[in-house]
Ligand binder design. Structure first.
Ligand SMILES: Cc1cc2nc3c(=O)[nH]c(=O)nc-3n(C[C@H](O)[C@H](O)[C@H](O)COP(=O)(O)OP(=O)(O)OC[C@H]3O[C@@H](n4cnc5c(N)ncnc54)[C@H](O)[C@@H]3O)c2cc1C
Ligand code: SF4
Ligand code: SF4
Length: 501
């Protein structure tokens, strides 16, 4: 039985280069690589050699016959991508006409002609570590990584949920990179506090800013200053033992939590709040969070989207992971009735099929003592309801969702009681003193990684990761992103452009 890519896939494409028969797609050279929710193995081409299994840093690939029960659905998910139709972006190819680019070659770069270079990288998250890895392939480059926290690897450590144990093993790969003899990591050094950007530029030939997008996108409705409202960023930091959130406390004594937003982070926080604390005890969860969760009174977590199920922001692998987690998960049949899937791609159709299955599952009530997660769609948050400065719930306005996915308020009010309300509508970058910033997108303006001040490149300063492209994509997406920035830097070094004229 062919091999299968499963939930932990973080899209770094290492498997693509290992496969001798080019059956793992999309490859980084294919147009839909940047938007794919994971990579998929073509079951009709796979020769079961197993080379991809050892190449995968997070153990996301397994032989089909050895898949555990909760991962079996991924056999269909992989095969469906190579079924009667293959989508490349919006273009549909019958499979026998499917476009296949040649297998990407693995090349060893030639040494720099410009002589030895010492590069500073600010941050030690995935984008920083992939950039360092790419830079260190050049024999005459050395790298110093500056990290403000006492532990490295950014959101791979402080974002990825503690029960996503396979995904968290990517830190072993970063540990390997960190051991390179030409790499130094300086922890507890914040650029802007302990050293200025100018000082850094004086000490190095180039600076790569890889500081991520650390804040939440604000939810601009009344009541968000009340006790019992929080951004998911702080709950994630709290359960992952991030030092900035160690003192946060969350009131888990109410029966219902509302999570506003339905991306993968919303699913993470809902799953951690619903999980059996005994199961979480075996993970890297913070002891303070575990203790609080052991005393929770929560019975229901409502995950709410402004638009319809077709527009749900979570990815299919994460929905499968939640549906197979043993937690009671439900969708409302009324939300799914009449949803038109004719224009949807394969992944969207599979997502809706699974939501329909969840809608058919018999509801488990609080009388059973189980905590359940319930999806609700077509509800736009209007205000956080409060009493004496404390959250009592959320006032939503029902929306009508058009075929193109736009949501229009209908005027119908829906009140939901809750003791805790979490906003999970996305992360956002913050401005770096001394560098240009696009406040709307929360990114540092750049041209393929070169920091741009209007039309003029800021000599010797580059950017990668979430602060370069915005808070989207998986851990592995940062690998191709950082490779692009390193290619821009290399071009500039060879062209003698690193210092301002
Ligand atoms: C809650 C959550 C869960 C996620 N789960 C998954 C998952 O399961 N699978 C997956 O593939 N992807 C997941 N992701 C996405 C993944 O974490 C990101 O794609 C990735 O971490 C972005 O990398 P980055 O290097 O740009 O930023 P970050 O990981 O945020 O790293 C930035 C680093 O820079 C440091 N820094 C910032 N400013 C300074 C400064 N001035 N001086 C020194 N250091 C500084 C920070 O402390 C941090 O260590 C998740 C993201 C979130 C938010
Ligand atoms: S088992 Fe071998 S042939 Fe099959 S996807 Fe993996 S590397 Fe390719
Ligand atoms: S994590 Fe990387 S190596 Fe593993 S399956 Fe996904 S793309 Fe392939």
């Amino acid at each position: 039985m062919p091999h299968v890519v499963t939930q932990a896939c973080c899209g770094d494409a290492s498997c693509v280069y290992a496969c001798p028969v080019n059956c793992i797609h999309p490859t980084p050279d294919e147009p839909d690589f940047g938007t794919a929710e994971m990579l998929y193995i073509d079951p009709s081409t796979c020769v079961d050699c197993g080379a991809c299994v050892t190449a995968c840093p997070v153990g996301a690939i397994a032989p089909g016959h050895r898949l555990p029960e909760d991962q079996r659905r991924f056999t269909e998910v992989n095969a469906a991508q190579y079924g009667e139709n293959l989508f490349v972006g919006d273009v549909r190819f019958p499979v026998n006409m499917a476009k296949r680019l040649p297998l990407a070659p693995v090349s060893t770069p030639a040494p720099l002609r410009a002589g030895p270079q010492h590069v500073a990288i600010v941050g030690s998250g995935p984008s920083a570590m992939y950039a360092a890895d790419e830079l260190l392939r050049l024999p005459n480059v050395s790298v110093t990584v500056y990290e403000r926290l006492s532990l490295p690897f950014g959101l791979a450590r402080f974002g990825v949920a503690p029960d996503h144990t396979a995904t968290r093993t990517v830190m072993k790969l970063f540990d390997d990179i960190a051991r390179h003899e030409r790499l130094r990591i300086l922890l507890n050094v914040e650029i802007g506090r302990d050293l200025t950007l100018d000082e850094l530029r004086e000490r190095h030939d180039a600076v790569f800013w890889a500081g991520g997008a650390p804040t939440d996108r604000p939810l601009r409705i009344p009541g968000t200053d009340a006790h019992g409202f929080a951004a998911a960023t702080s709950l994630v930091g709290w359960y992952n033992d991030h030092p900035d959130f160690a003192d946060r406390r969350f009131d888990l004594s109410g029966e219902r939590v509302v999570v506003i937003g339905n991306g993968n982070v919303a699913l993470d926080v809902a799953r951690i709040l619903a999980a059996d604390p005994a199961a979480l005890a075996a993970t890297t969860i913070s002891p303070t969070a575990l203790e609080a969760l052991q005393h929770k009174k929560i019975r229901e977590i409502l995950v709410v989207g402004r638009r319809g199920p077709r527009e749900a922001a979570f990815t299919l692998p994460e929905l499968i992971g939640l549906a197979e987690s043993g937690i009671s998960v439900h969708a409302d049949p009324a939300d799914l009735a009449g949803v038109d899937t004719s224009a949807s791609d394969i992944t969207e159709r599979e997502k809706l099929a699974l939501l329909r299955e969840l809608a058919e599952r018999p509801p488990v009530g609080s009388e059973d003592g189980a905590v359940r997660i319930r999806f609700a769609f077509g509800l736009a948050p209007h205000e956080i309801r409060t009493d004496d400065g404390r959250v009592t719930g959320v006032r939503f306005e029902r929306t009508a969702v058009a075929a193109d996915g736009t949501a229009t308020p209908t005027g119908e009010i829906v009140d939901v009681d809750a003791g805790l309300v979490l906003s999970a509508i996305g992360y956002h970058g913050v401005a770096v003193p001394g560098l240009p910033f696009d406040p709307k997108r929360g990114v540092i303006p750049n041209d393929d990684g070169r920091v741009m001040d209007g039309d003029i490149p800021v000599a010797g300063v580059y950017v990668t990761g979430w602060i370069k492209r915005g808070p989207t994509g998986f851990i592995g997406t940062n690998k191709t992103d950082s490779a692009q920035t390193v290619a821009s830097w290399r071009h500039d070094v060879e062209a003698g452009l690193l210092t301002a004229p």
